[in-house]
Ligand binder design. Structure first.
Ligand SMILES: [Zn+2]
Length: 388
């Protein structure tokens, strides 16, 4: 998440936030509408009327941007892809997905719904402005027409065929469907995104140098953003192509040494932790239900005299503060959303609320290193371990 993001509540269950840089767009848009768009299209009104309409129009535009992002988010949910949050910022909006689409069709629909919503909103606004031209006050009709026009531009720009733009994801889905190779499709779309970004930067700088128009800087900024975002996606996709379709199940330890939550810390150290050679443990209840995670480093902060009276469950980090994953999640997705700290975190693998195993930070790093070397990590043997 961008630092300096203000939460705006949840819509359709998705947390929405606005980065302070949204204010920059709001001010720039309002200024352009009030001082040039409206006076040119509908001359002869009071300055205050121009500014009032301009503020309303730019707020409505931000709302339509949010509708576009919510479209991505709700559709992603529909296909079983989690959505972390939606952030509105300087260059528009972004819905952060927690995984990847399960198939090309889902990839396509999740991407295409955003521009589709913008196009529909654009058409509705234009239609309203056109049909109600004589009924609505002139400034209101002009404002609505502007919102319609901007939504159409937003849709068309987003359909440019390079990631991270929606058009890039549509291209990715198409190549994925044709070749059956998601990694290759992502590479094609990412490279196009980079080319597109460079092109926009050149156009923007050209506009400034040749035409002397400072607005070209805006285009150059968007181009620069596209290049770096496409690069970031390519890096993420490299991990993905290295790890392929490998799931958590392939690397999990199905029988990790667990910390019995009901034991006192002292008893746990003597009977479990010392012989185990592990540093981080999943904590379980008496009937084997997962409760959380505890690391030796955390126990070390507990005053020694309290070890005899404190239970492991009382000092464990609860499950919702721990890193968890399902056994069939793709490893690349897990790596993309979490960073395990060695000796402190443990990937707790949950299957329908039951403890299905665990993956240590070292195991994860080792899997990636072996993948770089072109080797597969073997799944740990499911040998039963002695456990107090
Ligand atoms: Zn979009």
């Amino acid at each position: 998440m961008l630092r300096g993001t203000i939460p705006l509540g949840r819509y359709a269950g998705v947390p929405v936030g606005a980065h302070w840089s949204v204010l920059v767009i709001l001010v720039l848009l309002t200024d352009v509408i009030a001082t040039s768009v409206l006076p040119a299209a509908a001359p002869g009104h009071a300055t205050a009327a121009y500014w009032g309409t301009a503020v309303a129009a730019s707020v409505c535009f931000l709302a339509s941007l949010l509708a576009h992002e919510l479209g991505h988010a709700v559709t992603a949910r529909h296909y079983g892809v989690g959505v972390k949050r939606i952030t509105l910022w300087l260059l528009g909006g972004a819905a952060e997905l927690e995984g990847s689409a399960p198939n090309p069709r889902a990839d396509f629909v999740i991407a295409a719904i955003g521009p589709a919503i913008s196009l529909v909103l654009g058409g509705l606004c234009w239609g309203t402005a056109f049909l109600a031209a004589g009924v609505l006050p002139e400034l209101v009709a002009t404002g609505i027409a502007w919102i319609g026009f901007t939504n159409v531009v937003l849709a068309l720009f987003n359909l440019l065929p390079g990631t991270p733009l929606d058009g890039g994801r549509v291209l990715r889905a198409a190549v994925w469907k044709r070749t059956g190779d998601r990694a290759r499709a992502a590479l094609v779309a990412g490279r196009t995104g980079q080319v597109l970004g460079v092109l926009l930067m050149v156009l923007g700088v050209g506009e400034v140098l040749v035409l002397g128009q400072l607005s070209g800087l805006w285009l150059a900024l968007i181009g620069w953003f596209l290049v770096s975002a496409a690069q970031a996606e390519l890096t993420g996709d490299t991990t993905r192509s290295l790890l392929g379709d490998r799931t958590v199940r392939a690397v999990l330890d199905p029988a990790p040494v667990t910390a019995p939550g009901w034991l006192t810390v002292e008893a746990f150290l003597d009977t479990v932790a010392v012989p185990a050679r592990a540093r981080v443990f999943p904590v379980v209840s008496f009937d084997g239900a997962p409760l959380g995670v505890v690391a030796l480093g955390e126990l070390a902060r507990l005053p020694a005299r309290l070890r005899f009276e404190t239970r492991v469950a009382d000092v464990a980090r609860p499950l919702d503060a721990a890193v968890t994953a399902g056994p069939d999640e793709w490893l690349a997705d897990v790596l993309a959303r979490t960073a395990l700290r060695p000796g402190r975190d443990l990937l707790v693998v949950l299957d329908h609320g039951r403890l299905a195993g665990a993956v240590t930070a070292d195991d994860l790093v080792r899997t990636v290193e072996l993948a770089v070397l072109g080797k597969q990590a073997e799944a740990p043997a499911a040998e039963p371990r002695s456990q107090a």
